[in-house]
Design a protein around this ligand. Sequence first.
Ligand code: DAT
Ligand code: MG
Length: 151
Amino acid sequence: EEVEETYIMIKPDGVQRGLVGEIISRFEKKGFLLKGLKLFQCPKELAEEHYKDLKEKSFFPKLIDYITSGPVVCMAWEGVGVVASARKIIGATNPLQAEPGTIRGDLAVQTGRNVVHGSDSYDNGKREIVSGSKKVKCVHGFRLRHPGSGS
Ligand code: DAT
Ligand code: MG
């Protein structure tokens, strides 16, 4: 397993429900390293670019309305195998199918209000971290003495 970076975004419902600390805490406790963080109001064009693979879906307009409805928290997290591990920590897309113990399994009920996004691949993560006006500025060159830091 290699040290990777992934893009994690707390969606507007997660911010509005006061779940920012809870969600960040799960990645910290696992042992991953927070490299960049930004509170951000996503413009429509950037939301459409972020979810461009879903453009043809019937729910796409609602998804864009939702993701632009309030501030999101954009983060870059680093660690060994963090891309796949973060997806496990987040849980299935439909919160009713997400396992207890996952973020969505514990904190959400609706697919359209599933509180958090995580990149589905290393390449998408890199693209999402540097994407447009949202670009998450990462602080490099520091390490935690922790299994997740890759040392
Ligand atoms: P994920 O966020 O687990 O990577 P995805 O990339 O397939 O899932 O879809 C992105 C988001 O779009 C998802 O978090 C919520 C929304 N979405 C997906 N499928 C949906 C559906 N059938 N109805 C409503 N919203 C949906
Ligand atoms: Mg996805």
